[in-house]
Design a protein around this ligand. Structure first.
Ligand code: FES
Ligand code: FES
Length: 207
């Protein structure tokens, strides 16, 4: 397209045609790029690419390598819940405020809603589904929360459990104040904080 082609009245058919062709080609190439991004690399051993970022990646969740198609800006919470079906990780605020999405990355508690899945490749991810023993028995923290009647509605419970597990992994004998601080990033709308703290202290006695 050149300046000489410009025709404010739209009577220059050669320009109109070329403009229409231009729009068609943009739409067509956009579709082609989208389709290509879904198809490229679907064969064994190759990654799906979007904008130079490999999408088909492996992440280690609860001791297993999981192959999953991950968008560049996708959060770990969405990958876990929507792609891997691990809905024990809850989404509350989805912006790093409530702690409902707490999981462990290399044993450190993090908010899955504020973590990009691409950033945890090669790391060890643990969700609440990964805490049970192979025989199905509950993790001591889970059992202690049951025994202390910790949850009310239960929405915040998985996040509380994960923070408590992370604490006891590094400090098996916490004071109640240390437990309170470790769980301070986990909000509970039901106000069951004391029940959860009782659970942490009971688990500490029993692990
Ligand atoms: S859902 Fe992640 S901190 Fe609230
Ligand atoms: S038990 Fe309901 S939000 Fe904590």
């Amino acid at each position: 397209m050149t300046v000489e082609n410009f025709d404010p009245n739209g009577t220059n058919h050669s320009f109109s045609l070329s403009r229409r062709e231009l729009i068609k080609s943009v739409i067509a190439s956009g579709v082609a790029v989208s389709a290509g991004s879904m198809l490229v690399g679907c064969g064994p051993g190759s990654g799906v690419q979007t904008g130079g970022v490999e999408r088909l990646i492996s992440i280690n969740v609860n001791g297993k390598d999981r192959r999953v198609d991950v968008l560049p800006q996708e959060t770990l919470a969405n990958t876990l819940r929507l792609k891997l079906g691990l809905t024990g990780t809850k989404l509350g605020c989805d912006r790093g405020e409530c702690g409902a999405c707490t999981i462990l990355v290399d044993e450190v508690p993090v908010y899955a809603c504020s973590t990009l899945t691409h950033n945890v490749r090669g790391r060890k991810i643990t969700t609440v589904e990964g805490l049970q023993a192979p025989d199905g028995s509950l993790h001591p923290v889970q059992q202690a929360f049951v025994d202390e009647l910790g949850p009310q509605c239960g929405f915040c419970t998985p996040g509380q459990v994960m923070s408590a597990v992370a604490l006891l992994n590094v400090n098996p004998n916490p004071t109640r104040e240390e437990a309170r601080q470790a769980l301070s990033g986990n909000l509970c709308r039901c106000g069951a904080y004391d029940h959860y703290l009782n659970g942490v202290m009971r688990a500490a006695r029993e692990v």
